[in-house]
Design a binder for this molecule. Sequence first.
Ligand code: F6R
Length: 366
Amino acid sequence: EKGGYEHFMIKEIHEQPKAIKDTMTSRIMSDSDEIVLDDIKLTKEDLDNINKVFIVACGTAYHAGMVGKYVIEKLARIPVEVDIASEFRYRNPIMDEKTLLIVVSQSGETADTLAALREAKKAGARVMAVTNVVGSSVAREADDVFYTWAGPEIAVASTKAYTTQLIAMYILALYLGRLNGKLSVEEFRTIRDEMLVLPEKVEKLIQNKEELQKFADKNHMHRDMFYIGRGLDGSVSLEGALKLKEISYIHAEAYPAGELKHGPIALIDQDIPVIALATQEELFEKMVSNIKEVVTRGAKVISFALEGNTDIEQVSDQVVYMPRTISILTPILSVIPLQLLSYYVAVIRGCDVDKPKNLAKSVTVE
Ligand code: F6R
């Protein structure tokens, strides 16, 4: 059932090109300017009435939501707040019939996420579910549904569910932006065409695993690691750190790189490897300066950058290059080496990769 792989997690990492492709198929197409979403009934009139979007989720799905906020605000120009479901429920959020609540849940059964959905419905909000399970509780109770077509995810650590949730966020952002007219057709086509070639780029990244095995060989004995990035790289850093924590039990912290000097840099020394994401073209120089700050304090840095941005080599011990794409789409690519890195570190440490201690695949208690 593991299809020749040693663990479900590595099998599911390899399934990502297909999962991403399946999630785009029949929704965005190279020869069409339409976006086809069968289970979304939201009309232009509905959208014109909406003045606020909440994205609510837990764990990895919350990290996908952070990217969702960024892209919906950028492409559809609607204010978006992202919340952790277990916090959202208890903070009396301001919602009414002008609110759109998007819940993101692989299983569709997470108790806090489902409770947030019910809370929103009670307040008269429109509710949309992004889920991987047909007929799950959130799918049944939402007004609109976007199914990710990742296929069953068995490993506790989420991989292909996350990348397909990102695809869902991009397609929804394109959809909302076209529906309310904030996104031009030219801009739409540029993003769509770049999205359609992502599966090949993900495939290429998965094949290039030696560098991550090399990093794991050298660094699996460390007790702590830092992940830094700016903008969308900051959100992916959080996801990378979560993957490492949950399967390898190494303490990992993710920080927006510019925030380091406001406190956490006090912890940096030669015993804490720093994983630096520098895929955002507009923020690249700023990231190089942030990396210098940690190098000065003795840190060994592995950087992730787009092909051609070789300046990063001057401040890094190791650089992993990624195929170029437009800045908003880089999370789909940059998370792949971080998943592999966590996987190899956990394997070398002899951890039970698919069933980490203390964790369950679906959290149906509050
Ligand atoms: C981490 C992980 C969890 C889930 C979270 C939400 O790898 O899998 O953080 O993302 O428990 O689960 P769903 O998406 O089923 O609501």
